[in-house]
Write a protein that binds this ligand. Structure first.
Ligand code: KG4
Ligand code: ZN
Length: 333
């Protein structure tokens, strides 16, 4: 059978990324230009700055992805792009770049949901086994998604306030750590002890939703009060106690979801899947009874390879976008 190649583009947040993927599985190239250095001094992603970087970088990144793959545009079968959710100005740059490529080379255009991409990143590592549960944890998302089969997504739990990565970054800021703070808290947590009994937000007994803003405020208050009393906050212990509360909630809710839906595979995706404490807690809890799949780090954080993997299913169905494709910041899965 013929090999089908997709050029995929991702610009939903602060990474400009392009990739060539074969048959939804094989990575021919995966180029990511991070803007973290530009956003660091603001302590978070500045949408306007992100858009300007995308405009400057996207053509070069696409050229590099094709060159590294050693694929000519006439050897492509489709162009895929993240349609949403994300920062609208950032999304539009990718959408326009994808339209230009598709139009110039007479290729079909495919719009991909960013979270579908995070989940399908797993397909680049091992085949998906349905029914599956996905735990998506990133700077913008905390979701439990049930998939009965290819292309079918049911969001069964989501955050009601902060995303887990967002909570990590805000707590890190309070502790005086650089942006993005997740990796710093993770590192310090392993040197401290979780001796402070931080709250867990379980919500209603049957709920698979999450809430992290209460925990975040709690840490802020503890640090504030300690400073007022003239005490020096113990950063490693604060980090360890915060991380233990987060992991406890994530693992317990994922266990509930997995049992309720009786799945064969658990897929973990998003930047927070890099967390060492979370990875080992999930391995302890799930790896003996089901297939636990946590893609390697470069496929967990934002990239275009995952968009190419998710787009393959849409290419097979001939589910193409029109020339009126738009960025959809609040797109539903
Ligand atoms: O998926 P991602 O690269 O970007 C999106 O938000 O879509 O995720 C970035 C988030 C940031 O909030 C960052 O602090 C967090 O992932 N993160 C971590 C770790 N590495 C990255 N959080 C906790 N522990 C880590 N080791
Ligand atoms: Zn993401």
């Amino acid at each position: 059978t013929k090999i089908k190649r997709i050029l995929a583009i991702e610009t939903s947040c602060d990474e400009t990324a392009a990739s060539v993927i074969e048959n939804g599985k094989i990575i021919r190239s995966n180029v990511v230009a991070s803007q973290i250095e530009s956003h660091k001094r603001f302590g978070g992603v500045v949408p306007e700055v992100a858009s300007r970087h995308h405009v400057e970088q996207v053509t070069r990144i696409i050229e590099q992805a094709l060159a590294e793959a050693e694929v000519r545009p006439d050897e492509l079968d489709a162009v895929a792009v993240t349609e949403g959710p994300g920062l609208v100005g950032a999304l539009l740059i990718g959408v326009h770049a994808a339209k230009a490529m598709a139009f110039a080379h007479g290729l079909p255009l495919i719009g991909v949901h960013h979270i579908a991409g995070h989940i399908y990143a797993n397909q680049l590592v091992q085949p998906m086994q349905f029914p599956l549960m996905a735990l998506v944890v990133s700077g913008g998302h905390t979701e439990l998604i049930y998939m009965e089969q290819d292309g079918q997504f049911e969001t069964i739990g989501m955050t009601r306030d902060d995303a887990v990565g967002e909570a990590y970054d805000k707590v890190a800021r309070t502790l005086g750590l650089p942006y993005p703070g997740g990796p710093h808290i993770d590192r310090l947590a392993h040197t401290g002890s979780a001796e402070m009994d931080f709250p867990r937000s379980w919500l209603e007994p049957d709920s698979l939703d999450f809430s992290f803003s209460g925990l975040k405020s709690h840490v802020l208050n503890v640090v504030h009060n300690q400073k007022q009393r003239g005490e020096e906050p113990n950063i490693p212990n604060l980090a360890a106690s915060f991380q233990e509360s987060v992991i406890d909630v994530l693992v317990t809710k994922t266990r509930k979801a997995v049992d309720r839906y009786g799945v064969k595979q658990l897929v973990v995706a998003g930047g927070v899947a890099a967390n060492k404490g979370l990875r080992s807690a999930l391995e302890d809890e799930f790896s003996e009874t089901m297939t636990l799949s946590i893609p390697p780090l470069p496929l967990c954080t934002d990239n275009a390879a995952m968009i190419g993997a998710a787009a393959f299913y849409q290419l097979e169905k001939q589910s193409f976008a029109g020339w009126d494709l738009n960025g959809r910041p609040g797109m539903d899965l």
